[in-house]
Ligand binder design. Structure first.
Ligand SMILES: Cc1ncc(COP(=O)(O)O)c(C=O)c1O
Length: 431
């Protein structure tokens, strides 16, 4: 248990989390090796039998009628935009704080993202602000289930139905997240999952597109494989019936994904137990804003993201400086925290400079009505950006109470001794 008199590791004291206590992600089992090596030994390394099986198994796991394995979550998002029939100049609502491709997938299809601020408590799109962002050109909402917390899909769907909008779920971070008893990916018209390194299902890189709508599945498959109408396991006529990309996955990656999928339910159970324990350990720590799990939601704690309460700590300087100094002190204690996104989406150069396709396109396309991006219009996203830090590994299998309690010790040590931190010494003088 940390005490006030402990010397902080950043000042030369002993780290709260001893080396080796936090185990790496993802755990690799005999089944991972067996399936990947069997795929290697076969001679169908492009879209092969593991890809076909992975699609069926993921659709069953998530409760969807159709699943298409992709080479990234971004590809699956772009497939969603195309499959919903969106086109040049259409507006798509996107939360102001997310991964870049939650919004750039819209540009990929010649449409324009329109940003909606997030709710500070959940960090998901603020459902109270959706309606006022709708324009006559709005055709869809990309709703992101950020950090493993499902958005309030009842409220999102209420607005979407009223205004006849498609709903594309960006579930890239939210495998197994539940809202009102139903998993993400089952609520909208379609959804995208990511399987890259850090995700709750890791296959190295990769993703999955899911939908219950046959027409949407068909259109998504066209974009996925050169605009063709058949998959590589069927007989092909190699004809581009529509605009296509090459978003297919390979067999080795799918084999790895299938093996990990057999443990995904257990992984999420572990994360939920670890997240609940960490919250119990840290509740009431002065200056720490813990992440929330509103009633009706099952958070997966994909990324356990906290914020610093600057006011409670009496900090009146640049919030980023206190956050960065505290983060360095936590890292010195062996707590693997980091800033996830340090820019809100509308502050990213691609939107401010409108430099997507050159010559101002797609914003200057004759079907487009110009959309302006005002970085000051998203105060909750901005406040989150400058005060947050998150972590993933300590809550993931095979880690359990030992790792979580060690991490909690590190938090207590730093937050209880925050008055001793010399921000300028840690970070250097302000620029
Ligand atoms: C919210 C969100 N959307 C989309 C993506 C894109 O997924 P991928 O890296 O598999 O393309 C990510 C990836 O980190 C993400 O976090």
């Amino acid at each position: 248990m940390a005490g006030k008199r402990d010397i902080l590791a950043i000042e030369g004291g002993k780290a709260a989390v001893p080396k080796g206590v936090i185990k790496a992600w993802p755990p690799i089992s005999a089944l991972d090796r067996k399936l990947v090596l069997a795929s290697l030994a076969g001679n169908k390394h492009s879209f092969g039998p593991n890809c076909v099986a992975f699609e069926k198994e993921y659709a069953a796991w998530n409760g969807n009628k159709f699943a298409i394995t992709t080479n990234s979550g971004t590809a699956a998002l772009h497939m969603g935009v195309a499959a919903c029939g969106l086109g040049a100049g259409d507006h798509v609502l996107v939360p102001a704080y997310s991964w870049s491709s939650s919004a750039t997938c819209v540009l990929h299809h010649n449409c324009l993202p329109v940003f909606v601020d997030v709710d500070f408590d959940t960090i998901n799109m603020d459902v109270k602000k959706i309606e006022r962002a709708i324009t006559p050109r709005t055709k869809a909402i990309i709703v992101v289930h950020l950090h493993g917390l499902a958005a309030n899909m009842e409220k999102v769907l209420q607005v979407a139905r009223k205004h006849n909008l498609f709903v594309i779920e960006d579930a890239c971070q939210a495998h197994g997240a539940v809202f009102k008893g139903k998993k993400v990916g089952q609520w909208g018209d379609c959804a995208a999952f990511s399987f890259n390194q850090n995700k709750c299902l890791c296959s190295g890189e990769g993703g999955m597109f899911v939908t219950d709508n046959e027409e949407i599945a068909k259109k998504a498959r066209q974009l996925w494989s050169f605009g063709e109408t058949s998959t590589p396991v069927q007989s092909r006529d190699f004809h581009a019936y529509a605009l296509g990309w090459m978003y297919r996955n390979n067999d080795l990656t799918a084999a790895f994904g299938r093996a990990q999928l057999t443990r995904l339910t257990d992984y999420i159970r572990t994360q939920r137990e670890n997240g609940a324990l960490l919250i119990r350990e840290l509740k009431g720590l002065r200056g720490l804003i813990l992440p929330t799990e509103p009633a009706g939601h099952e958070h997966t704690w994909y990324n356990f993201t906290s914020r610093i309460d600057m006011k409670a700590l009496g900090w009146t300087g640049d919030p980023k400086r206190l956050r960065d100094a505290m983060m360095k002190a936590l890292q010195a204690e062996g707590v693997p925290v980091g800033v996830w996104q340090s820019f809100i989406l509308p502050a990213m150069t691609v939107f401010l400079a409108k430099n997507a396709y050159g010559k101002g396109c797609p914003w200057s396309c004759r079907y487009s009505k110009d959309v302006r991006y005002d970085v000051n219009a998203y105060p909750a996203a901005q406040r989150h950006c400058v005060s947050h830090f998150g972590m993933t590994t300590p809550l993931r299998a095979p880690n359990g109470a030992r790792a979580v309690k060690a991490v909690a010790d590190g938090f207590r040590k730093v937050f209880e001794n925050v008055g001793r931190l010399d921000v300028d010494k840690i970070l250097g003088p302000p620029k």
